[in-house]
Design a protein around this ligand. Structure first.
Ligand code: GLA
Length: 711
């Protein structure tokens, strides 16, 4: 809801209020919902601005920086007009959130040049997340250059600590907290993707609560925090201005990607709003709320070494255990016998598939599984027919040796010819295989950014626009297909991609201990139905560590469950265990994938960590708890559950695990389960303990409401 009172606009979400004074471009209030009318004029004094510019006496980090036609950088955007829009405007060429809600449009004009800046704030009826975007229109008669256009500026009063999610390949999503001292701190990505290293989801924690921000964008981004001498803290988020210089001709507009923000009293509150927002306003299509299938993926099981017989063997074993979807990963096309070749040759390798993709997919379907396929459409190997025919499709700087990563180059997606090629060949792969699931991979970062005729400062963003053109066309063509994005794991896990791909591969690291942290970090900003999570074989391919099969499953239940192993190598007992796991998962899949998600314990610093998913009616919950290590003589590990109804009585039953048969069961009030301590001492009783020294112990609890009222 948006209320107008003169120049003041009050944007109300279910639990927050954002008050904006349009004529002075000021935030008057943002935080917990105001239940009584405010005297917003009294909030003034230390202006919290929604836009800032350079060239006058403001030396803080600007939200907008232009090179005017006269070569100067001064601008003086002043208020022109405001409007409340009933429909949320689309952002041309870029992904954005959607749904019912009102949008405030604010227009500011730089009078000397007539350049107009539009800022949009959308409030959804059902959620606290506010979508913000900016657009620049060149109404002058001369060309100008954009050096920075932030998607969102928020000025906050007081001191804040910043929480970011940082990492690397196979170590994504490590939670990092920093206290802001006076000065400027930023995180960014320059490698062409939202990156493994620094996700655009960030939080600012202050005395009143937590402000969270994200970008609906998959390319280079930058999040700036400036703790000003004056006592305010500025937050800016948007496209990275590093190397950015966009030419805007007269009559043209430039759209910055959409940013989103929310306020909640604590981190759990932020996650719950972000999760609901993504589920309702970002993810779209048939799979939006549909339970996701349990899959088997052959990558860790076979890598490139497979043939029809091996694949069908895995499919049969998987079917027997209850798996629903078979995913054929890398190596099925062209001469792709290893990482060195064939990317771009999206035609069937007859030998490895036993007669082509359709033939293999039909055989898999005869076994009773759906068929899914892996592709890496943005790449090209130099040893490929595509490169031999179209070397100009590759992104490289003429006359220079290109940087090879994983022995491959990127395609120049900024070129329309290349975009059309990718749409054609990838559509053909999906159509001829009849795939109901596609894993869209992206296994290297951008280097040598260059496209003939494309100004250097525009290249990265033009790549993204080309990328979005491709994925929007393909996903629109195949509305029934479930898409899972992947970028060597979670290297491009962001809201931009989730507008097209309903889920994303969280990390190539499938080691349960490492995964617990990686998934925990992801869960701050993204819901469990978007996180691919697989049980893989032991010792783990990446870490060499071994964890009990039941722990691997328990942790994978924090996302969308899959198995990634050669299932023909399982013992009879292991197959039985996995069969029971999948049976359990299917029974509680809805709550696990779409329930309200809570983190338990502290994955980044405590000895107990886990998560739980609670059904919307709070009637059923599944909780997973792990203990990192046994501390002899130390405090007994215990957990406090979350999200239950405090006044109801629940039965708490441990799932019977192959390595833990006792499966205790007790009843207790929801209040006690959340405020008291549920001790986990017997977690060390795993029968596999001796064989798996140093392994991660875990339990899964099924928590069911048995009585409405606690008496
Ligand atoms: C990336 C993905 C893996 C797998 C391989 C195939 O590393 O993250 O899951 O698909 O590529 O080459």
């Amino acid at each position: 809801m948006i209320r107008k009172n003169g120049a003041i606009f009050c944007l109300e979400t279910p639990h927050t209020t954002l008050a904006i004074k349009a004529d002075t471009a000021e935030y008057l209030y943002y935080g917990k919902k105001l239940v009584s009318a405010g005297n917003f004029e009294s909030c003034r004094g230390l202006p919290c601005k929604l836009l800032s510019q350079f060239g006058q006496d403001d030396y803080t980090e600007p939200s907008i920086l232009l090179e005017n036609a006269d070569g100067g950088i001064s601008t003086a955007f002043t208020f022109s007009k405001s409007k409340i829009l009933k429909e949320k405007p689309q952002i041309p060429g870029l992904p954005s959130s959607y749904g019912k809600g009102k949008t405030l449009e604010l227009k500011y004009v730089d009078e000397p040049t007539k350049v107009a800046l539009y800022i949009y704030y959308t409030v959804f009826e059902d959620n606290d997340v506010i979508a913000v975007s900016s657009k620049l229109f060149n109404a002058s008669e001369k060309e100008l250059h954009i050096r920075r256009l932030a998607s969102l500026q928020l000025d906050l009063l007081g001191d804040y600590s910043v929480v970011t999610f940082e990492g690397a390949f196979a170590r994504e999503w490590q939670k990092v907290s920093r206290t802001l001292n006076k000065g400027v701190f930023y995180i960014d990505s320059k490698n062409g993707a939202s990156s493994h290293n620094r996700n655009p989801f960030v939080m600012a924690k202050g005395q009143d609560g937590v402000y969270a921000f994200n970008l609906v964008y998959s390319g280079n981004h930058k999040e700036i925090f400036e703790a000003c001498e004056s006592g305010k803290t500025r937050v800016l988020t948007g496209i990275n201005d590093f190397m950015f210089r966009w030419t805007l001709a007269p009559g043209e507009q430039f759209d910055a990607p959409e940013a989103v923000m929310c306020f909640a009293p604590d981190e759990d509150g932020v996650s719950s709003q972000m999760h609901a927002f993504i589920g309702e306003h970002i993810v779209r299509g048939k799979w939006k709320k549909k339970e996701r299938p349990v899959l088997v993926n052959n990558w860790e099981g076979t890598h490139f070494d497979f043939n029809e017989e091996k694949l069908l063997g895995i499919a049969r074993a998987a079917k027997k255990a209850g798996v629903e979807l078979f995913v054929l990963d890398d190596g099925w096309f062209g001469n792709r016998c290893d990482e060195h070749r064939a990317l771009g040759d999206w035609y069937d390798n007859i030998e490895k598939t036993g007669g082509g993709l359709k033939h293999l997919a039909d055989k898999i379907r005869e076994i009773g599984l759906d068929f899914g396929i892996w592709v890496e459409p943005e790449m090209i190997s130099e040893d490929s027919d595509l490169f031999r025919k179209h070397p100009e499709f590759a992104m490289r700087v003429p006359g220079r040796e290109p940087t090879r990563l994983r022995w491959q180059l990127c395609l120049n997606l900024a070129d329309e010819k290349v975009q059309n090629y990718v749409v054609r060949v990838i559509s053909d792969v999906i159509a001829r295989s009849g795939a109901t699931y596609v894993k869209w991979d992206y296994n290297r970062t951008l280097t040598d950014p260059f496209g003939k005729g494309i100004p250097q400062g525009e290249y990265f963003h033009r790549y993204m626009l080309g990328y979005y053109r491709i994925v929007s066309r393909i996903t629109e063509k195949f509305p029934d297909v479930l898409f899972e994005g992947c970028a060597g794991g979670g290297g491009r896990f962001d809201l931009g991609n989730l507008c097209y791909f309903q889920q994303y591969w969280t990390s190539d690291d499938t080691d349960a201990r490492k995964r617990l942290k990686i998934q925990d970090g992801t869960s701050y900003g993204y819901p469990q139905a978007t996180m691919g999570a697989h049980v893989s074989a032991c010792p783990n391919y990446h870490t060499g560590d071994s964890n009990p099969l039941e722990t691997r499953f328990n942790i994978a239940c924090g996302g969308v469950l899959g198995y990634e192993m050669d299932m023909t190598k399982l013992s009879v007992e292991e197959t039985e265990v996995i069969t029971r796991q999948i049976e359990f998962y299917k029974e509680y899949r809805k709550v696990l994938q779409f329930g309200d998600f809570y983190r338990l314990g502290n994955a980044f610093g405590g000895n107990v960590a886990g998560f739980m998913s609670v059904s919307k009616d709070k009637g059923t919950a599944v909780a997973v708890v792990t203990v990192y290590e046994q501390i002899f003589g130390g405090p007994a590990p215990a957990v406090k559950f979350k999200g239950l109804d405090p006044s109801s009585v629940y039965e708490v039953k441990a799932r019977e695990q192959a390595n833990y048969k006792k499966a205790p069961c007790f009843t207790a009030g929801g209040g006690f389960l959340m405020q008291g301590n549920v001790f986990l001492s017997d977690i060390y009783e795993d029968t596999q303990r001796r064989e798996n020294s140093g392994c991660l112990y875990s339990r899964m609890f099924l928590i069911t409401k048995v009585k409405k009222e606690y008496s």
